[in-house]
Write a protein of this length. Sequence first.
Length: 488
Amino acid sequence: MKDLASRVLDTATQRGATYADVRVVDDRSRALATKNGKIGNASDSRSLGFSVRVLVNGAWGFAASADVGRSSVEATAARAVAIAKASAKVKQHDVKLVPEKPVTAEWTTPHKIDPFTISVEQNLALLEKIDAELRSVQGVTLAEANMNFRREEQWFFSSEGSNIHQTKYSTGAGYVAYAFAGSEIQKRSYPSSFGGQWQNKGYELIEELKLIENARRIGEEAVALHSADQCPAGVFDVILESSQLGLQIHESIGHPIELDRVLGMEANFAGTSFLTLDKLGSLKYGSDRVNVVADARQEHGPGLGTFGFDDEGVPAQCTPIITNGLFTGYLSSRETAPAIGLQRSGGTLRAASWNRLPIIRMTNISILPGEKPLTLEQLIASTDHAILLQTNRSWSIDDKRYNFQFGTEIGWEIKNGKRARMLKNPSYSGITTEFWNSMDAICSRDEWTLWGTPNCGKGQPQQVMGTGHGASPARFRKVKVGSAYKGT
């Protein structure tokens, strides 16, 4: 790898690059799924390649190849330089990078069991047991279960002297039970929707999730939703359980704080941002109880946004995003940091693969738990009348991340501090800053979970990556509820 990097960096600098870096990525992934007792899909793939990023005449050039032979390596570096020279002819200003001290380092995701030491047959056997348990519930008409593993080994070298070797492991699993009756479909997912729970761990996560133990309950809830009352429409207090709050963070905090969106450098998929630069340090984003960080450090937890170094060699950091309700930080890179007066990147530049240009991505965007002990049941007990919303079903937000609407799979009416009736087709909507300013309570550390979102799309060509979102259940006052779905 050092020889490959030396040829890339030598070629790039000899042709005029003032900065160059190379990433070599060996990526292995396994994706398995079952559907109503049969194998839905099964794949085990591997991808190896490298990319070159250069600065020439104040402009970027980028090229990548799956051929790691000598002639290809040199040609790819030369192509990146040629692209940069062409880009420089139409640049609006010179790209300038804030300094970053070069490092030589090794980093690996802490894990107990390498997931690829567990056979595909064992994986499928577990999925089939889950599937059978779901379908044993009368009224469940479709059961789906999935399991996913990834090992991404990466070498990063720069013309500034960095030499970083990282190996990242991630594991994900989940399932969903559908119940079709009349003209209506109801569903329940576990541990969360859209793929379940994903973390930077080994196979031990599968054992921690208690997948089989919860399957029957999930199937029963999917069926019970058909006889549940329609969620009422109106203005109510709401309690969001932690996985739904995690998605709320992703859409209404995570995307708008991406500095490339704010600066107009990126608008694909998730649009731009209402968080213009004048709002930094002055916008009351939420109530005093809202404290949000962007934290890629291992001590934050095994999130999909956890790493040792980002893809331009910047160490993992913790950036305060919202501090006691005040907007205090963006996600930045070496190129964008000067726009907000920073002398150092926030370390958030990442790429989905060896053949993609690194762009600003969410790390672990998490709301900090309450300092005083408070469980979900205690929060419910302190609430006179509210709607408890669990497990995301749908989401919609405008292209500035300001007006939103979310639907969840299930709701519960809270009356006089107790769970009362189950509610189907619940939804809620609001305006980002009004919503976060209405938060008046959040549960403590014991209720906090670092959820994984494996399918965050951004960029063109599209890059799908994982992010993390830590959250405890929280209460919000006077929220518009029940506007998305009509009763049947």
